[in-house]
Design a protein around this ligand. Sequence first.
Ligand SMILES: O=C(O)C1=C[C@@H](OP(=O)(O)O)[C@@H](O)[C@H](O)C1
Ligand SMILES: C=C(OP(=O)(O)O)C(=O)O
Length: 412
Amino acid sequence: MTVVEIPGSKSVTARALFLAAAAEGTTRLRRPLHSDDTEGFAEGLAKLGYAVAAEGQDWVIEGRPQGPANDADVYCRDGATTARFLPALAAAGHGEFRFDASAQMRRRPVGPLTGALRELGVELVHEEQEGHHPLRISAKGVRGGELTLDAGLSSQYLTALLLLGPLTQRGLRITVTDLVSVPYVEITLAMMRSFGVEARREGKVFVVPPGGYTAVEYPVEPDASTASYVFAAAALTGREVTVPGLGAGALQGDLRFVDVLERMGATVRIGADAVTVTGAEGGRLRGLTVNMRDISDTMPTLAAIAPFADGPVRIEDVYNTRVKECDRLEACAENLRRQGITVETGRDWIEIQPGTPRAAEIATHGDHRMVMSFAVAGLRTPGTTFDDPGCVRKTFPAFHQEFAKLRETWGV
Ligand SMILES: O=C(O)C1=C[C@@H](OP(=O)(O)O)[C@@H](O)[C@H](O)C1
Ligand SMILES: C=C(OP(=O)(O)O)C(=O)O
């Protein structure tokens, strides 16, 4: 049995940093993710005047329930959680705040969130392109009230507003017209509860009461999207892998990727505190049609291994993967074609035909998931290389070293 320890969840770490900053008291995050995204988030908090201290692997944060109070210029790097959650935190404070991000993140839309903040009375301007970073906020607290939000491009807009809700004077009542990545909103609500705030969902309406968060000691679970690579690796090579720390009670929806592997022929055991995936003999995989609207970060994982299935793999309802680190539908199609595979894409779907991928250089487009997904497929495609292997730093800086260890253990 091969046991692989997976680094902490990016999504849980980002939310925990926000909640800790906004809480009354001192929060200790146990085993947070240390990567470019989360270090960028912590650096952003420091710029906003919060004390974030590293103690061994842990982060210890002094909360400031009154919100940031010093003017600040925050660079969000490539992190969409940073670029979308921190402006909401700043809006609750007092001061002049400027947010900017990398070229990649500047291209990704923030308009539905900034529009909602304006609807709440926040003074906010986009310096260059409407609906995109960089932006400036003149903050003087948020009164709260009702608003309507379209979260059809990203659930992160809704998460940012939910996290902000308890910091407003009257709370928030958010009517959502469209919503993707629903399980991420469930992570948000569950974590707000852990920090003492009970927000509720009534169909399309989310109600967040006013009143603050309370500091806690918070253990960060391993990252389920990252775990998809080792689960897929087991399925593709007929090996067995166990990931501890993710089990039946896990917060992250991306753990459901194992259901996809199960439908393709792998055996899956979900225990109380671990998940084991055993690949079918010879790494045999069945083709399938699957809706990945809830778990779209794992779309590239599936797309990369899809040619090895015995029939077409069709992935549906993933339009919003076009506005991630790159246009992931087109990037997956481009790389599969480089490998000689037949692929078709539509507005919100991709269909991949069975075939034998040939060695190719993968065009990463600065997307960590392009690297990790095609590295898994590379287990059965010798000679796979990457134009920018280092972009894994966004969520898993040690990916290549850890993956090499797994290959050595399995002899693949
Ligand atoms: O809230 C979060 O932590 C995330 C939400 C998802 O984004 P979308 O809601 O934009 O799909 C996911 O893809 C991203 O990696 C992390
Ligand atoms: C889309 C992703 O990240 P984010 O939106 O948080 O930048 C991801 O990690 O795949």
